[in-house]
Design a protein around this ligand. Structure first.
Ligand code: FES
Length: 350
């Protein structure tokens, strides 16, 4: 097959209507992007028909190199012609207002976007050696997910129900075992952990542990139980994901590795770990809601009109369709853990 023309370096956001037919241009020559205008006639390309089953937002591929036609799969990020870096000192960026950190844990940015500092958060104790706080919740503006930050001293945590929600944990410090339905799985610093909706979890920490608990759909609070229920979904036995550099996907100068996703049985909530090098990404948007945990490094998070500094222990909450950009300002880059919902591919953007 010949190489298609790159109609756009990024995807096309579009609101499709149930029952409507859409003929997506695969050749890249159409003047009616992202749709076909018959400019492919005489080439080997043919348009791709999509019939919408429901009203929804989609991102049609604009670079024409997608592997999931007619939709974007993030392939544009790795095209040689794709400009991923933005100049933080440009005239437009000079107008973006710096929001200073105050005493509060949250630093508000545009819309319902914010940065949450776990270092400035007030934790609520629950039982012996267990304390936590909400980072992302419906009350804070999230529509799809919630996230809680937990600190645990060596010993056993209370039993926490998944409460009918997809649940993923990420351990930033410490080690031990996580118990799910009476089964135990060893974890270390930087493990991802998956708990099915009908189950509950408890951590047995052999060293002080810090972790993040994400739920989808979101909840206002963790749900504690008096005892560990027996339920364990044996159809999905793999529950702990470790960092494996061989599983990293390149995304321009950045890279990411899936931790918890559909391979573990999680169909709507996805956890990944990524690296952001010394640079500022081009502003972009996603159709999913995201909570991005900064594990190390230092930098700046940008929205259209505001920006603020971030570092280890901060979490960026990104609502759907929020224009944003993350800038790393130190050598070595940021390591970040993202939880996206609903979605399974963090490289899809527009
Ligand atoms: S114009 Fe591109 S596929 Fe028809």
């Amino acid at each position: 097959m010949p190489t298609p023309t790159i109609a756009s370096p990024k995807g096309y956001y579009f609101e499709v209507k149930a029952g409507q037919r859409y003929l997506w241009c695969s050749c890249g020559r159409s003047a009616k992007q992202p749709f076909c205008d018959n400019s492919h006639v005489g080439t080997e390309f043919k348009p791709v028909l999509f019939v919408a089953r429901k009203d929804e937002d989609v991102i049609f591929c604009g670079c024409k190199h997608t592997g999931t036609a007619p939709f974007c799969d993030g392939a544009h990020n790795n095209l040689a012609t794709y400009e991923n870096e933005d100049d933080p000192n440009s005239e437009a960026n000079a107008k973006v207002a710096q929001v200073p950190h105050g005493a509060a844990a949250e630093v508000p940015l545009d819309g319902t976007c914010y940065v949450f500092s776990t270092a400035r958060a007030t934790l609520t104790p629950r039982g012996e050696g267990f304390a936590y706080c909400p980072v992302v919740s419906p009350a804070k503006g999230a529509l799809f997910q919630s996230q809680f930050y937990v600190e645990l001293q060596p010993g056993s945590s209370p039993v926490v129900s998944a409460d009918g929600r997809e649940t993923v944990l990420f351990v930033t410090h410490g080690e031990g075992e996580v118990e799910i339905g009476g089964r135990r799985f060893a974890f270390t610093q930087r493990s991802g952990i998956y708990v099915r909706p009908g189950e509950a979890w408890r951590v047995h920490a052999s060293a002080p542990v810090k972790l993040y608990v994400s739920n989808g759909p979101g909840a206002e609070d963790l749900v504690f139980l008096d005892a560990m229920p027996e339920s364990f979904d044996t159809a999905h036995p793999g529950r702990v994901a470790e960092i494996d550099p061989s599983q990293r996907h390149a995304m321009a100068e950045r890279s990411f590795q899936m931790l918890i996703n559909r391979e573990h049985g999680s169909l709507v909530i996805t956890q990944f770990i990524g690296n952001i090098p010394l640079s500022k990404a081009m502003p972009h948007k996603h159709l999913y809601e995201e909570a991005l945990i900064f594990l190390n490094g230092a930098g700046v998070v940008w929205t259209e009109n505001t920006k603020t500094t971030v570092g280890a222990g901060d979490v960026l909450f990104l609502p759907r369709k929020q224009t944003h950009s993350v800038q790393c300002t130190v050598e070595g880059g940021f390591d970040v853990v993202g939880v996206i919902y609903p979605g399974d591919n963090p490289s899809i953007n527009y």
